[in-house]
Design a protein around this ligand. Structure first.
Ligand code: BGC
Length: 431
C-alpha cells in the first residue's frame, strides 16, 4: 500500500479547500449570531467589553489566567506609557488537569487559595478563563462545557466569577469582583493596546496552544441574538472556533475522539492544537503499522506505544534523527522516511485549517480594505510559535496571504508578550 492509498483509505487529506471551508465557517458564524436557537457548532459568544473606555494608568488589578495547562496569578498595572508591569507572578498547574476529578467546591476553593495572597492589592480581578463560557453583561461567566480535558464536571453550568468570589470571601472575608473573559478576547485587547500607534481598522485575537480559538470585532447590527444593542456599535465575539464541525474528520481523528471523554466536542481543535496533534500522530502511525507500512520490528514497537507527546512528534517530523522516543525505535532508513512522509501532512493540514480560521475572522470583521489601516491579528500560543514541522508558522502566513490578498484585505500579524494576562488586566480595569 502506498502512503497515498493509505491516506485515502482512512479519509485523510492535507489539502484544505480554503474557499469551501471559508463559506461553511461564515454560514455557521451567521447561524451562531442569529436570534433563533442555534444549531451551529460555533457558539459566537459576546464579550460585553466596552473597548472605547480608557485604561487608567498606575492602577493595580489582579489577574487570574486559567489556560489549558497552567494557572497564572499576578498583579498588573500600566505605567504612564501604557507599558504593562507584572508583579507577584505565580504559576500553578491548572486544577483538574492532574489526573484527579475535582468537585465544584474544591475547584472554586483552589482558585480562591491562589487569589488569597494577592487579594488585598485590588478590588477587581481580570479573569481569563480559556474555556467555552457564556459571558453576561456584568462580566460574570457561565461555563458551557469543559475543553482541554479538564476534569471537574460539576463546574459546568456554574457562574465561575461569582463562585470563586464567594469561595474567597468564605476564606478571607474579602469580596472581589471577577470580570471573566476568554483568552482570545484578552489577546485581542492586548493587541489593541500594543497597536495604538499603527491605526489599525480592526482587531482579531487568535490562540493556538493547548487549544485553539479566535475572537474578532463584529458589528452589533449582525448580533441578532442579543436584543437591545446599539446598532451603530460593535462587540468582541468569542467564536469558540475549536468546536467548528465543518471539516470532515479522518479515521485518525475518530480514533483520537474515541479515546477521549468528549468525543464529539472540539472537533476542529483536535485536528489543530497542541493537546491533540501528538495523539493523532500516534493513531495514524499505529494504523500504518497495522497496514504493513513499516518493517515488522518497527511496527511491533510502535503498536506497543501508549502515548506520543505533541512535542516529540513535532521534533521527530522536523528532524527524524533527533533524540527522543523515535530514536529508541528499531527503525530502518525506509521506516524513518515513511514515518516522516506520514507525519508531515498532519502539520500541513493543521496549518491550512489555522489559516482558514484566522482569515475567516479577518474577512468577517469587514475592515482592512485601506492599506493605511490594516486589520491587526494578535497571535498567542505555544503551538503556533513552537511547532517546527512543515514550516508551520510560515505556512499559516502563506495561507493567510493566499486567502486575503486577492480580496484586497490588508492585515498584520503581531505578538504581544503575556497577551492573555495583559488583556485581562485591561478588561478588569475598564469594566
Ligand atoms: C477553549 C477556548 C479557548 C481556546 C484557546 C479552547 O479549548 O474552548 O475557550 O479560547 O481553547 O485557549
Amino acid at each position: 500500500m502506498t502512503i497515498q492509498e493509505f491516506f485515502s483509505k482512512y479519509h485523510f487529506s492535507a489539502n484544505v479547500d480554503f474557499e469551501a471551508l471559508l463559506k461553511t465557517f461564515d454560514r455557521q458564524m451567521d447561524i451562531g449570531l442569529s436570534a433563533e436557537p442555534s444549531p451551529s457548532s460555533l457558539a459566537m459568544l459576546p464579550s460585553y467589553i466596552d473597548t472605547s473606555r480608557k485604561v487608567p494608568p498606575e492602577t493595580p488589578i489582579i489577574v487570574l489566567d486559567a489556560g489549558g495547562t497552567n494557572l497564572r496569578v499576578a498583579v498588573v498595572w500600566f505605567d504612564r506609557n501604557g507599558k504593562a508591569r507584572i508583579e507577584d507572578f505565580r504559576k500553578y498547574a491548572m486544577p483538574g488537569t492532574q489526573g484527579e476529578s475535582l468537585s465544584a467546591e474544591v475547584f472554586f476553593d483552589t482558585f480562591a487559595g491562589f487569589l488569597e495572597p494577592v487579594c488585598q492589592r485590588s478590588e477587581g480581578v481580570g479573569f481569563c478563563f480559556s474555556y467555552p463560557t457564556e459571558i453576561y453583561p456584568d462580566l460574570d461567566g457561565r461555563l458551557i462545557r469543559w475543553s482541554k480535558q479538564v476534569d471537574a464536571p460539576a463546574v459546568v453550568g456554574k457562574r465561575v466569577g461569582s463562585c470563586i468570589a464567594e469561595a474567597l470571601e468564605k476564606r478571607t472575608g474579602r469580596r472581589l469582583k471577577l470580570r471573566v473573559l476568554n483568552d482570545t478576547t484578552a489577546t485581542l485587547l492586548a493587541g489593541m493596546a500594543a497597536g495604538m500607534s499603527r491605526q489599525y481598522s480592526s482587531y482579531v485575537g487568535f490562540i493556538l496552544g493547548t487549544g485553539t480559538n479566535i475572537a474578532y470585532i463584529e458589528r452589533n447590527a449582525r448580533i441578532a441574538k442579543v436584543p437591545g444593542l446599539n446598532p451603530e456599535g460593535s462587540m468582541i465575539i468569542n467564536v469558540e472556533s475549536g468546536c467548528f464541525d465543518g471539516y470532515d474528520r479522518s479515521e485518525f481523528d475518530y480514533d483520537v475522539a474515541r479515546a477521549l471523554r468528549d468525543p464529539d466536542e472540539g472537533i476542529y481543535e483536535k485536528m489543530i492544537s497542541g493537546a491533540y496533534i501528538g495523539t493523532t500522530g500516534l493513531m495514524m502511525l499505529r494504523r500504518a503499522a497495522q497496514e504493513g507500512l513499516f518493517s515488522k520490528p518497527c511496527a511491533d514497537a510502535l503498536l506497543a506505544w501508549k502515548e506520543l507527546r505533541t512535542i516529540d512528534f513535532d521534533n521527530f517530523t522536523h528532524n527524524p534523527y533527533i533524540a527522543g522516543p523515535f530514536a529508541d525505535l528499531p527503525m530502518t532508513e525506509e521506516d524513518r522516511r515513511t514515518a516522516q512522509a506520514l507525519s508531515e501532512p498532519l502539520f500541513i493540514r493543521a496549518a491550512g485549517l489555522t489559516s482558514v480560521n484566522i482569515a475567516q475572522a479577518v474577512i468577517r470583521c469587514g475592515e482592512g480594505h485601506d492599506p493605511l489601516h490594516p486589520v491587526c491579528v494578535t497571535i498567542d500560543g505555544s503551538t503556533y510559535y513552537k511547532t517546527v514541522s512543515a514550516m508551520f508558522k510560515s505556512r499559516v502566513e502563506e495561507g493567510l496571504r493566499t486567502i486575503l490578498e486577492p480580496r484586497g484585505i490588508f492585515f498584520d500579524t503581531i505578538s504581544v508578550d503575556d497577551a492573555p494576562m495583559v488583556g485581562s488586566a485591561i478588561a478588569g480595569l475598564i469594566a
